[in-house]
Design a protein around this ligand. Structure first.
Ligand SMILES: [Zn+2]
Ligand SMILES: [Zn+2]
Length: 163
């Protein structure tokens, strides 16, 4: 994904933020985002935005796959000079990317936000009942007998021991 903003155009503008835009990017799926770019300090630009996209996730409780639509916020710094990658490393808490050939590639921000969202775990729905701890039955689909018997799973093993 590459969404290229030429900073030579931004540098001519007298206002700050220098760019506010709503962009729709379509590849495998449609990604919509609101973006603003402002001058952060000398030769550094702050890119902020929210991207909304749908991604397939595995439920953290029942392990079924489902589609989740999410709004992901990002706040990244784009620097013109390589040295500044280090300069801002400790003081800035978003990602820091290099401006290459006078181009801010917002795709880097989107990809980083997307990758981050991917590792967050969610249940498929708030009411998901998950899997039974004892027998592994998906409790959204059917009931199992484990809770009726109300036996501590650690004792279950003992019960089956033939002494
Ligand atoms: Zn679930
Ligand atoms: Zn069970």
């Amino acid at each position: 994904m590459a969404i290229k903003i030429d900073i030579r155009q931004l540098d001519q503008k007298k206002q700050n933020p220098v760019l506010i835009e709503k962009i729709t990017y379509t590849k495998e799926q449609s990604v919509v985002f609101d973006i603003s770019i402002s001058i952060h300090s000398n030769d550094t630009y702050l890119a902020e935005g929210t991207s909304s996209f749908v991604q397939e996730k595995e439920c953290s409780k029942c392990l079924e796959h489902f589609n989740l639509s999410e709004d992901i916020h990002f706040r990244d710094l784009y620097v013109k000079h390589k040295e500044d990658l280090m300069t801002y490393e400790d003081s800035f808490d978003g990602n820091i990317f290099l401006v290459e050939d006078s181009i801010i590639d917002l795709g880097k921000s989107i990809e980083a936000a997307y990758a981050e969202a991917k590792i967050l775990v969610h249940p498929c729905r708030p009411s998901c009942r998950g899997l039974c701890d004892v027998c592994g039955t998906n409790l959204n689909e059917m009931e199992c007998k484990c809770s009726e018997e109300n036996i501590d799973p650690r004792l279950e093993a003992l019960k089956n021991l033939k002494l």
